[in-house]
Design a binder for this molecule. Structure first.
Ligand code: NAD
Length: 495
């Protein structure tokens, strides 16, 4: 990678500088150094991509689905071949460890694999003789030009939650990646180009909030997929749907984990450490609140505090690093401010990750693992998505009290995922049945659903009907057409 590489849009099969007059620097969060510049594309660039997409759509939707998936098979092979290269780029611009970066790409590749099954997934339904001699069937047709707007924290994986399904079903797809991490998508689109999709089928338009508005207001974009923070998800959902578009908008999260006294506390603590501090807590599936029940409190509190204090923080390309920096200086300041606010509201700072640096990386955006005990469920901290390596501890006397804490909308309005650690099947069933969240983990850290299941967030974590991935993705990117037909023998020419 060259210093201050200038990033380009990929429109109509061409890498283009575009007409943007404004640009942003992209920083390596471990060093603070500017490593690239990214253009903030104006509405004209979005319009050029939409027109190219519409031109391509006329032919792409006619291509048999078995042919449309062939470039996806090639893309899968290319992504496997370039895993190391892309993993390094993710670490350089996003900060997570190299292992986390490669792991992210693996989960992205899964979606390419699932979308290769679109010939089966896209099939409709039919009935013969819904009335005498009349048949009825439902088939799925693509929408046209669709777009996705993605966040900084999984620059390789999240675009792949959408792109493979959108194009395999016959749509033309435009991606607007996060302006904080646009280098990964340059690499991704270089491979998309090599995989051999026709010009206009998959396009990349870099930019920020104004570019998003141009996408939301463009009359010829039919559907919007969004992943990011809840306030922006709500905004995107309202503006897109007010403009008559389909929208699926995944928002923020504040995932609780309940730990029963009959759980294996040692293993649970290890898993919790990875869930809370992996990717520096910048995951919509990070655990943010651990609720211990009864006697689980003492051993878990001691164990997690030791684990947090011992986690090795550093540059993600250093093999011994277990946790990287947070994404920007502003994020670091925001997270440290929230820790302070929590302490002011009465939480006990058991492990304090503020004001730390890593030797040799003085300008990095470091926040070390932090554990806050006795967090008040009604506090501002409890209601706020921290999106950093901060774990809040709460305590409950019974599983019922713990479930009440998880479901209490005054303290947690999200519903991305909730997990339970126990050795009781009855408690596990009670939790799965009663908890108000769209993804549930039992004796599992806060794990993302596999690509052949929907990413099923609820409440303030999701706005829309059909989620990302799997059959939901296929349904989101297609419209159903129902055909009723009658072919009376007596109307046919006799041969
Ligand atoms: P963000 O909301 O700041 O940005 C997401 C996208 O929206 C970016 O492409 C950005 O350019 C655009 N954007 C930002 N502000 C905008 C505005 N005012 N108007 C229009 N567009 C705007 O999110 P982020 O900081 O990049 O990502 C972190 C957030 O994403 C966290 O809240 C995290 O929980 C969430 N997230 C959710 C999931 C999920 O599956 N639910 C997955 C990953 C991340």
């Amino acid at each position: 990678m060259t210093q201050q590489q200038e990033l380009l849009n990929y429109v109509n099969g061409q890498w283009q500088r575009g007409s943007a007059t404004a640009a942003l620097d992209v920083h390596n969060p471990a060093t603070g150094a500017a490593i690239a510049t990214v253009a903030l594309s104006p509405a004209a660039e979005v319009d050029a991509a939409v027109r190219a997409g519409q031109d391509a759509f006329a032919e792409w939707r006619r291509m048999p689905v078995v042919d449309r998936i062939q470039p996806l098979f090639r893309l899968k092979m290319l992504l496997e071949e370039h895993l190391d290269d892309i993993g390094r780029v993710i670490t350089e611009e996003c900060g997570k460890t190299y292992a986390e970066s490669v792991g992210e790409m693996r989960r992205g590749i899964e979606n390419v694999e699932v979308a290769c099954g679109t010939p089966s997934l896209m099939q409709g339904w039919n009935n013969e003789d819904i009335a005498r001699g009349i048949d009825e069937h439902m088939l799925r047709q693509p929408l046209g030009v669709v777009a996705a707007i993605t966040p900084f924290n999984f620059p390789g994986m999240i675009p792949l939650w959408f792109l493979p399904y959108a194009i395999a079903t016959g749509n033309c797809f435009i991606l607007k990646p996060s302006e904080k991490v646009p280098l990964t998508t340059q690499r991704l689109f270089a491979l998309i180009e090599e995989a051999g999709f026709p010009p206009g089928v998959a396009q990349l338009v870099n930019g920020g909030a104004d570019t998003v508005d141009a996408i939301l207001d463009h009359p010829d974009i039919r559907a919007i997929s969004f992943v990011g923070s809840t306030p922006v998800a709500k905004y995107v959902y309202s503006r897109a749907t007010a403009n008559g578009k389909r929208a699926q908008c995944q928002g923020g999260a504040k995932n609780p984990v309940v730990i029963m006294p009959d759980a294996n506390i040692e293993t649970t603590t290890q898993i919790m450490g990875d869930s809370a501090f992996g990717c520096a807590g910048q995951r919509c599936l990070a655990v943010s609140v651990a609720i211990t029940v009864g006697q689980a409190k003492e051993p878990f509190t001691e164990g997690i505090a030791d684990l947090a204090a011992g986690r090795k923080v550093g540059y993600g390309l250093d093999e011994t690093t277990e946790m990287g920096p947070v994404i920007t200086r502003e994020s670091k300041e925001r997270i440290e401010g929230l820790i302070e606010a929590g302490a002011q509201e009465g939480a006990r700072v058991l492990v304090d990750g503020r004001q730390k640096t890593v030797a040799g990386y003085d300008d990095g955006y470091w926040v070390f693992p932090t554990v806050l005990d006795a967090v008040d469920p009604s506090s501002h901290l409890s209601r706020t998505e921290i999106f950093g390596p901060v774990l809040s501890l709460m305590h409950a006397d019974t599983i019922e009290d713990a479930i009440d804490l998880v479901n209490n909308k005054g303290s947690n309005s999200y519903g991305n995922m909730a997990c339970l650690f126990t050795s009781s099947g009855a408690v596990a069933r009670q939790f799965r049945y009663d908890v108000d969240a769209g993804n549930i983990g039992i004796n599992i850290g806060v794990a993302a659903p596999m690509a052949f299941f929907p990413f099923s967030g609820w409440n303030e974590s999701f706005f829309g009907d059909l989620h990302a991935q799997s059959r939901h993705g296929i349904e989101f990117y297609t419209q159903t057409k129902v055909v009723v037909e009658r072919w009376p023998q007596e109307w046919s020419r006799k041969f």
